[in-house]
Design a protein around this ligand. Sequence first.
Ligand SMILES: [Zn+2]
Length: 673
Amino acid sequence: MSHLDRRSFLGRVAGASLGVAAALPGIGGSLTAPRDEGTRGAQRRDGLAEPAFRPLPLGSIRPRGWLERQLRIQADGLTGHLDEFWPDVARSQWFGGDAEGWERAPYWLDGAIPLAYVLDDERLKAKVGERVAAIVRGQRADGVFGPVAAASGVRPYDPWAILLANKMLVQHHDATGDERTFRAVEASLRALGPHVARTPLFDWGKYRWFEGLVPIFQVYERTREPWLLDLAHTLRSQGTDYPALYSRESVTLPTPRRGRWTWDKHVVNTAMAPKAAALSWRLDRRADDRAFPAHMLGILDRCHGQVTGTFTGDECLAGKNPVQGTELCAVVEFLYSLEILLSVFGDPAFGDRLERVAFNALPATFAPDMWAHQYDQQVNQVQCTINPDHMWTTNGPESNIYGLEPNFGCCTANMHQGWPKLAAHLWMTTPDGGLAAVAYAPSEARFAPRGVPVTVSLDTDYPFREILELTVSAERPVAFPLLLRVPGWAVAPTLQVAGGRETATRPGTFHRVEREWRGGTRVSLRFPMQPRVTVRYNDAVAVERGPLVYSLRLEERWTRVNADRPHRELPHGDFEVRPGSQWNCGLLVDPADAASGLTFEERPVGERPFSPEGAGMQARVRGRRLPSWEMAHGWAAEVAPGLHASAEPLEDLTLIPYGCTNIRVTEFPRLRA
Ligand SMILES: [Zn+2]
């Protein structure tokens, strides 16, 4: 199918769901979404519950402004070149080579494909196209693909990599319409049924069963073959029951230092799992499935949550201490989970969370040029060194250095999906033929309500600024609703349409603008950002404003290490980072009156938007050095509780967005005035 054909197909699917649309309670009545009860007829007709929003076909959204620069950095960095030198992709058994033949090549493609198509980068499109073609060519007559025999060895084959590969391949079909890719996915899923009937899911496949529902649903929505839904039910019945797991105490407890690795508390499984309930809900609309993600995130926030919106896991859930680590795979997987949750349930709170993780935890864990990344990032991370005396639960001494494959190569393979999938999910279509802005970054979306080509562009330096300028350009006059997410943190947010009166919008809702759009129409959004001082682990304080968290700006001393190891030729080397300025400071701030102690100053958003030099906003705050706050195990030790006294003089300190830092302090002792 061509792009236009698939769009009109999606339009028909969306149109068919109009009859089941109803106001979703709790979000201002401004959004339509299917109900859980009373719509069984619609479910039987369609087989799958209609999501609140549908992602646009891959390639319909293009980045602009800082987001385009960021994606270009990624394409010019490791993502655009990993396949040229890293054996586990370059010589993967998936492509007939002799290196790793399980998850790594599919992981890379899972991010490189959306990157190629959101950037419309011909070189990258050609690269991923050749690799996809190699996988499809290698498919056996019985539908099995990938190096299954080689990977099996003496153990039964864990089909996790098959679930992942199909999830990756449907993106390629979505972007290109390539029929061979679609048929390959269909045949692979058909072969999966007998496989799991013989050998029920175990290990990774058991904990990640729901990822298989992504390609299953995509194929089902086109073919309507009932066996696909049977397969989805089978995977669910064999897979981990997360609501049962999250009724146990074990997931609430931090894994001790040098503790025991468990499947249940593995941080990447945990980050992937919130989407399970959303995909499961589409199968049979169980009300429990709608309620579970917020319950699960509540437990994670309370027991392991970090100010960046993530939770710790190094590599199993590790408590709230800001010196514990969060694995990069967990960051990108959590983003994808939130994108699915936002699409299926349409709850704007998932959009707030998506932005918090994407604008803080995601960029912070890469070197600004995106050639190097960490395995574990820390919220308080004053140095990144090879340190055998580390305090991770089960990770190794190299986990927080910046490099090619610190600790373990999974993140090297899996890191690529973060930015491109965010870009591809900023805008989604609504069941009543409209468009929803579910998360904000400078971008342009094209869609065709009632067959009329429409472009909606967003020019903004958000999240570094609070003003967002949208332009809706319709080729012919056409009526459709435009839904705009209003972040829950916004204070007295407003909207102005076509130069009209400025009107108030309600935080934590989707605001609906319904009109006939003619020519070019300007829509201005203002999300006023008030500083917040939040009290966190051990009474430490953190500074937030809008979706951004702020950290102490430190001078950085980068040292190259591991230069003699294979594949560490520059620019993809390994580096330690040490502080070149004092970090052990307390802040003179008041959680009850955050604005009084903080001033914010706009700076140009840099060529590298997430680098110390490129920081588009900075904060000034009074603070002083606390000589008693020491380093332990090479990191900032736990912050002592309560208010702190010190003989050191007060001074002005500079904070920059967390995502712009490479080393940082984010949770500070609070000073006595
Ligand atoms: Zn990883």
